[in-house]
Design a protein around this ligand. Structure first.
Ligand code: PLP
Length: 400
């Protein structure tokens, strides 16, 4: 079967909730992916930062296969021999006392929202069903009904109401806007330390620090959604560490499994996460031994291969080199670590055609919104590979 045959089948039998590039991938290895025609590409998306460790990392693969041969799913009705170790290792590396494992990122966000509301009623003393959570314009936290209810993309929610109440949106990057929005009913402020889906939007320096302080002063939880920015992507284990901020609740997912299996988690200390009582929350697959074994290996790979430091140094290098490319189309280049956005001018004709041209050059990147190209390769990339890619990117950024 050729590319076009796969595309036709997909279009006919699959829901059209995505608009992928017409490249049909069948194999991956580190930073490289291969399509059904045998073409090789540098992956500059990393499945939205889920594959920080590189495609089909051999150590994570081994952990998956070994565990799959033993035991895959027990449900949480019973204990399993991977989960306790996963908890312990997550606590050791994150510095949070406890965690709660889920599967997708959206589920972990939902979990954090439930937790913050429960905390508001049980600890802060907010009147039942009055809790408010402050979020930011341009946010992306997932696709469930509750989460899209507070999206600022009308298109994400227009046809999906009635929406969940209890969320107050303020301007991202503006700490005063949060101060103004806090009321006695505020349970939490939930933010992405860098807004990935909004186009790699980096808040002004000091923003996260100010927000965290404000939360403390007002007895409000600070929730950091680090699903995309966490696990090394920005050159720190958590992006909040760039400002030495420790959120009360941190949400992780994506690279937590290195792309093998959906694993997400909510991290917090016992005074918060200890509030959940048996039966109040759960997931059939959450905390399953296969996911736990995979996540343990995925975290170990980040540490053993120094991928966090590599994201810092090589990411900075990549960004500086991208910023030096002369191009009539580029408005700005910004990022942290290996999470980089190239914003194009309004009259550049949209980012999509540049992504298609990059594909021709053997580089896979995806536009975010209409005019931003995100460069976020797996963290196992080398300087040599970056140097090979740069002239190709330069050519594309100079398209007529
Ligand atoms: C991807 C993402 C999510 C949602 O994760 P899913 O696994 O797709 O549900 C939530 N928050 C952020 C910041 C993300 O990048």
């Amino acid at each position: 079967m050729k590319t076009q045959d796969f595309v036709e089948l997909e279009e006919k039998y699959g829901a059209h909730n995505y608009h992928p590039l017409d490249v049909v991938l069948e194999k991956g290895d580190g930073v490289w992916v291969y399509d059904v025609e045998g073409n090789k590409y540098l992956d500059c998306l990393s499945a939205y930062s889920a594959v920080n460790q590189g495609h089909v990392h051999p150590r994570i693969l081994d952990a998956l296969v070994e565990q799959a041969n033993k035991l895959t799913l027990t449900s949480r009705a019973f204990r399993n021999s991977q989960l306790a170790l996963f908890y312990k290792e997550l606590a050791d590396i994150s510095g949070y006392e406890m965690s709660l494992p889920m599967n997708s990122g959206a589920e972990a966000v939902e979990t954090a929202i439930k937790l913050a509301r429960k905390w508001a009623y049980q600890v802060k003393g907010v009147k039942r069903h009055q809790a408010e959570i402050i979020i930011a314009d341009g946010n992306f936290h997932g696709r469930t009904i509750t989460i899209i209810s507070f999206s600022s993309e009308e298109f994400y929610k227009d046809d999906f109401g009635p929406l969940t109440p209890g969320f107050i949106s303020v301007k991202y990057g503006d700490a005063d806007a949060i101060a103004d929005a806090i009321t006695p009913n505020t349970a939490a402020v939930m933010l992405e330390p860098i807004q990935g889906e909004a186009g790699v939007v980096i808040p002004p320096e000091g923003y996260l620090t100010q927000v965290a302080e404000m939360c403390k002063e007002n007895n409000v939880l600070f929730i950091a959604d680090e699903i995309q920015t966490g696990l090394g992507r920005t050159g720190r284990f958590f992006a909040c560490e760039h400002e030495d901020v420790r959120a009360d609740i941190t949400i992780i997912g994506k690279a937590l499994s290195g792309g093998f299996y959906p694993v997400s988690a909510v991290l917090a200390d016992a005074d918060v996460l200890g509030l959940f009582q048996p039966g109040e929350h759960g997931s059939t697959f959450g905390g399953n031994p296969l996911g736990a074994a995979v996540a343990r290996a995925a975290i170990q790979v980040l540490l053993d291969e120094n991928l966090i430091e590599k994201a810092d140094t090589l990411g900075t290098y990549f960004m500086e080199q991208l910023a030096e490319i002369p191009s009539p189309h580029v408005k700005s280049v910004r990022g942290k670590g290996m999470l980089i956005g190239v914003e194009l001018n309004e009259d550049a004709g949209g980012a999509r055609r540049f992504c298609e041209a990059l594909q021709e050059q053997g580089i896979l990147a995806k536009e975010t919104h209409d005019h931003i190209i995100r460069f976020a390769p797996p963290l196992v990339i080398t300087k040599e590979i970056i140097d090979e890619a740069l002239p190709k990117i330069r050519e594309v950024l100079n398209l007529k």
